[in-house]
Write a protein that binds this ligand. Structure first.
Ligand code: B1M
Length: 210
């Protein structure tokens, strides 16, 4: 299995667009878990990011990688949503202001939905005002913020301040996640938790709604 997952990772890292979907389908048929295949794809994406940093890949390659990941997720998602359980609570989810990366956020949303949460997905590049409005109108108990750009981390603080000003901070828990997030950042921004992946996100939100 390790060898197969390595193949998936390499196909993503090398931007072999036509290879990825068939590899995922075959992997599922061979009994490899969707979560493992997803992990391999994510590792491939990390490599894509590294090659971008080294200027071996360009923006067009990132776009291609993003599309490839979305196509792959279409294959995996039905297998990630097999575990429907009772509805738990409402989570307002978005990518923060100034940031348009949505693949990780969508994945977190899918996993939360399949774990029984009602997810209000506000999309990408979302202002703090929209978060406040959604928390209020959906009586949400938690907010999930995805942020991948170091330059946009202050958008997290803007959400926290806006929720405080609206008198809603005490009724919601806030989690952040995404490539540039750390516990230190979470502490600095005054949020309640940081999740390193979608599985951990589910664990965090589940602990808040029990
Ligand atoms: Co961009 N990008 N990008 N990019 N991009 C990164 C993030 C970068 C790390 C690449 C690099 O240089 N190594 C870098 C950021 C550097 C930094 O600030 N630290 C970067 C940059 C610089 C940029 C631009 C500025 C490039 C430019 O224009 N010069 C630009 C910014 C645009 C903007 O947002 N304003 C840009 C644009 C893009 C594309 C649009 C081309 C495309 C995004 C397509 C899309 O999302 N629809 C893109 C891509 C594809 C990437 C990389 C290669 C892959 C991101 C991804 O989808 N990963 C990325 C490199 C990297 O991350 N290593 C990179 C797969 C996804 C499943 O993982 O999103 O991390 P991730 O989500 C994970 C966890 O982080 C976690 O769970 C998910 C599942 O396990 N998680 C949460 C995420 N959100 C969570 C929330 C939670 C909990 C967990 O709780 C609420």
């Amino acid at each position: 299995m390790e060898e197969y997952l390595e193949k998936v990772k390499e196909a993503v890292a090398n931007l072999e667009l036509d290879e990825v979907t068939p590899l995922l389908k075959e992997g599922l048929e061979a009994g490899i878990g969707a979560v493992d295949l997803l992990g391999a794809m994510s590792q491939g994406m990390v490599k894509v990011g590294e090659l971008f940093e080294k200027e071996e890949y360009f923006l067009a390659d990132l776009v291609l990688a993003g599309e490839m990941m979305k196509e792959g997720l279409k294959v995996l998602e039905p297998h990630l949503t097999e575990t429907g359980v009772e509805k738990k609570g409402t989570v307002v989810l978005c990518t923060v202001k100034g940031d348009i990366h949505d693949i990780g956020k969508n994945l977190v949303g899918t996993m939360l939905t399949s774990s029984g949460f009602k997810v209000v997905d506000l999309g990408v590049d979302v202002s703090e005002d929209k978060v406040v409005e959604a928390v209020r109108s959906h009586s949400a108990g938690a907010v999930g913020l995805s942020v991948l750009l170091t330059t946009m981390v202050n958008s997290i603080g803007d959400v926290v301040s806006a929720l405080k000003s609206a008198g809603l901070r005490d009724q919601v828990k806030i989690a952040i996640g995404g490539a540039c997030t750390t516990q230190e950042l979470a502490d600095r921004m005054g949020v309640d938790a940081v999740g390193k992946d979608a599985v951990e996100a589910v664990r965090i939100f589940s602990s808040w709604f029990n």
